[in-house]
Design a protein around this ligand. Structure first.
Ligand SMILES: Nc1ncnc2c1ncn2[C@@H]1O[C@H](COP(=O)(O)OP(=O)(O)OP(=O)(O)O)[C@@H](O)[C@H]1O
Length: 206
């Protein structure tokens, strides 16, 4: 996918300025930079949940956005597999492809396998750790056959093992041909990525 000349303001203050982005199939791109550099804003614009004040975004495939914090409303108890199943609602980008209940079940099981959560399929989503919730959202995208994965990795809160697991899953999706971009705060993830987008003060500096 591609973004050109992306700019964004909060309350008139520039947050992104003329940022160009290319996410290639089969690669993982780390989005790096100090706090407040505009990383989350860029991910949200690429995902389409925010609209840039200037510039263009071209998405050639279904996008999965994996956000930082996932709240689990107590009043709506859902199991892990139900949350992943939600990923198949409204699928796919190609309306001519009809997905029946059996196909949905297959996709959910396959997605849970790919994120290593098959053993927690029947567990309440609200009982999961932050890292496990992040993987459930990834599984939603996998079940929907998303080809673009955009992650806003939390700066704090996930332990090294959890980050490593997510990194391995993202690398596997990229090796299947997906385009992956991940806001990364730790040097290991950045070093591991195929390419790096560096932001500072809303400008792309690398
Ligand atoms: N809802 C908002 N209203 C006003 N300003 C905002 C809002 N959200 C973010 N900002 C500002 O926009 C700038 C970029 O924020 P953004 O969250 O994109 O940065 P970031 O690089 O992801 O930071 P972090 O590493 O701390 O998550 C910051 O200066 C931030 O204060």
């Amino acid at each position: 996918m591609r973004g050109r000349n992306l700019s964004f303001n909060f309350d008139g203050a520039p947050v992104l300025q003329n940022v160009d982005v290319d996410l290639r199939w089969g690669t993982v791109t780390a989005i790096a930079g100090p706090n407040g550099a505009g990383k989350s804003t860029l991910i949200e614009i690429l995902a389409g949940v925010r609209r840039a004040v200037a510039g263009t975004v071209v998405r050639a495939a279904e996008v999965a956005l994996v956000v930082q914090t996932v709240s689990a409303p107590d009043a709506l108890p859902l199991t892990v597999q139900e949350v992943v199943l939600m990923g198949t609602w409204g699928a796919t980008a190609d309306a001519s492809v009809k997905i029946d209940a059996r196909e949905r079940r297959i996709r959910v099981a396959q997605a849970l396998d790919r994120v290593q959560l098959a053993d927690l399929a029947a567990a309440p989503f609200g009982n999961l750790s932050g890292g496990q919730r992040q993987r459930v959202l990834l599984a939603q995208g996998i079940a929907r056959r998303a080809r673009i994965f955009l992650l806003d990795e939390p700066a704090a809160g996930l332990d090294a093992q959890s980050r490593e697991r997510t990194r391995a899953i993202l690398a596997a999706e990229a090796s299947r041909g997906a385009a992956v971009a991940c806001v990364s705060h730790d040097e290991d993830s950045i070093a591991d990525a195929t390419s790096v987008i560096r932001l500072e003060g809303g400008f792309r500096v690398g």
